[in-house]
Design a binder for this molecule. Structure first.
Ligand SMILES: C[S@@+](CC[C@H](N)C(=O)[O-])C[C@H]1O[C@@H](n2cnc3c(N)ncnc32)[C@H](O)[C@@H]1O
Length: 239
């Protein structure tokens, strides 16, 4: 094993996802600006934060949170709203963490402890935080075993709950995405980047996986019921 492969093995537990290496410093900068680029994106960013805020309330307004993956810190103002909350933020991409350090206000940044870390192997002791806050990771994970490995790692690290967003096929956008995936699989439509790196799942599939990893569903918040593909689950750790 080369030194680089050895480092990757240490960070990911041998489970690097193809999409994980896409967030170069340049891509990270683009991601930081992406959600404010147009009126449509600002509106969906606002709706997503409203969904996340509701999920945190359903989780009981946790006193300590690990934001994983934190990206460039898009949710930090929301997470830091609660005074005295103990905050950690982790991401696989050094580029994302660097952009967060550069662009987030110093006072906000000072509230967070930062870790460069894979969700497959989190460098924290068992039950380190009350809540793992996981936005926009699971729709990139098409493999069930990968999802289960991450969920079990969240189960180890959280004391109480997880808030996790993903793509669900229940409503219009999800149904349309499902149809697109079928057409691509049949070769009737091309893949955007030549491969698939985002996946829509059924609620039955994910809820069975949550249970297998030791969680019960304490709440579900849809970004726009009847329309949006985004749902955030609030998961309660079983004893
Ligand atoms: C779509 S971004 C979401 C970031 C943030 N939660 C947000 O919504 O703005 C996906 C993030 O997942 C990170 N990532 C990819 N693979 C990861 C892994 N195995 N462990 C932890 N983070 C990972 C990427 O570096 C990227 O920052």
């Amino acid at each position: 094993m080369t030194e680089k492969e050895n480092q990757t093995e240490k960070k990911t537990g041998g489970h690097e996802l193809h999409f994980s290496s896409l967030y170069t410093p340049e891509q990270a900068r683009r991601y930081f600006h992406k959600h404010q680029e147009s009126l449509g994106r600002r509106l969906s960013d606002w709706q997503e934060k409203r969904m996340a805020r509701k999920a945190l309330e359903l989780a009981g307004s946790p006193r300590s949170i690990l934001d994983l993956p934190c990206g460039a810190g898009r949710f930090w103002p929301l997470l830091a709203e609660q005074e005295g909350r103990w905050l950690l933020a982790a991401d696989y991409s050094a580029g994302m963490l660097e952009v967060a350090r550069q662009f987030q206000p110093a006072e906000l940044l000072s509230r967070f402890g930062l870790l460069q870390n894979s969700a497959f192997r989190i460098a924290l002791a068992d039950e380190s935080v009350d809540n793992v806050f996981c936005m926009r990771l699971f729709h990139h994970i098409g493999n069930r075993e990968d999802r289960l490995r991450i969920l079990r790692e969240f189960h180890r690290v959280t004391r109480q709950s997880v808030c996790l967003s993903l793509w669900i096929d229940s409503y219009w956008q999800g149904w349309r995405r499902r149809r697109l995936e079928r057409q691509r699989a049949l070769g009737k439509k091309p893949y955007q980047r030549g491969y698939q790196d985002r996946f829509v799942l059924s609620s039955e599939t994910v809820e069975a996986e949550f249970q297998m990893a030791g969680f019960t569903v304490a709440g579900k918040v849809d970004m726009l019921p009847g329309w949006s593909i985004w749902r955030t689950y609030v998961l309660r750790k079983e004893e």
